[in-house]
Design a protein around this ligand. Structure first.
Ligand SMILES: NC(=O)c1ccc[n+]([C@@H]2O[C@H](COP(=O)([O-])OP(=O)(O)OC[C@H]3O[C@@H](n4cnc5c(N)ncnc54)[C@H](O)[C@@H]3O)[C@@H](O)[C@H]2O)c1
Length: 249
């Protein structure tokens, strides 16, 4: 397949690109040159519809992995909404014009309230409205995906990771190093593997999957059974918190 990966020069994008490139041709789109991360690099602003039109030409699917810079992009709604919402809508609009029918959206498990039915299709929630601008724009991305599915038939698989960190160096995108294991951790290369699984889904519809370590408390039944994904990077080099001791034991 020929894929467009947005945010290809970003922290997550470079790991996702590395995995996708093993099987597919990857065109990156980012404000910065994605260089060797991808087979072909487009630089441009997804807030510009013409940039999106050019970027989707000749691709079979779009993988949305862009986000406004954190924290500066979330001090007011301007950049957050321009990049995360308008940019996403521009890409879907360009897909309609160029007959691209498939997308994968990297969302976030933070869009949801911690309630059953968390794998409901994008647009059904249960959404966490007590959130900051980032969470609001991620919910809005899911609504954009839902609308372009209902009205235009573009099929989106939504992946909802939690905390993205590389398993080899444990250094977060903000530059600090982890020493403790969390079940919500996920390596970008494993997100790439989940994207590959999403693109291989038989009879794909509008679906969402939470992706995390096997011992995470998120509902991952559909992730394991329908998507067929489990993490390869399991952060074994990090300290596991001791289990709580039973009082009096
Ligand atoms: N980092 C996490 O822990 C985490 C957790 C859950 C979900 N996510 C999601 O993963 C995805 C990637 O996040 P990340 O943490 O790697 O972010 P990042 O900031 O490292 O990468 C985002 C990329 O988007 C690009 N970008 C920003 N504005 C743009 C514009 N106007 N046009 C084109 N490109 C633009 C940036 O240049 C950057 O390279 C996002 O969708 C984010 O919501 C991240």
């Amino acid at each position: 397949m020929r894929l467009l990966l947005t945010g290809a020069a970003g922290y997550t994008g470079r790991g996702v690109a590395a995995t996708l490139k093993e099987r597919h041709f990857v065109r990156g789109l980012d404000l910065r040159d994605a260089g060797e991360n991808v087979n072909e690099s487009h630089t441009g602003d997804i807030g510009d519809l013409d940039v999106c039109r050019k970027a989707v030409q000749g691709v079979d699917a779009v993988v949305h992995c862009h986000m406004a810079p954190n924290p500066d992009g979330y001090k007011t709604p301007v950049v957050a909404v321009d990049v995360n919402v308008k940019g996403t809508a521009n890409l879907y609009h360009a897909c309609v014009e160029h007959n691209v029918k498939r997308a994968v959206l990297i969302s976030s498990c933070g869009v949801l309230r911690d309630e059953p039915n968390a794998n409901a299709v994008p647009g059904d929630g249960p959404y966490n409205f007590k959130t900051e601008l980032y969470g609001l724009t991620k919910m809005m991305q899911e609504l954009v995906a839902r609308t372009y599915f209902e009205k235009q038939g573009i099929v989106t698989t939504t992946l909802r990771p939690a905390w993205i960190v590389y398993d080899n160096d444990f250094t977060s995108k903000y530059g600090w190093k982890l020493d403790t294991y969390y079940a919500s951790l996920i390596d970008p290369r494993d997100i790439g593997a989940a994207v590959l699984k999403a693109l291989d889904l038989p009879s794909p519809g509008l679906e969402s999957f939470q992706i995390a370590q096997d011992d995470a408390t998120y509902d991952q039944k559909a992730t394991h059974e329908r998507l067929g994904w489990r993490p390869k990077f399991t952060f074994d080099g990090l300290k596991k918190p001791k289990p709580p001791t039973t009082p009096g034991a």
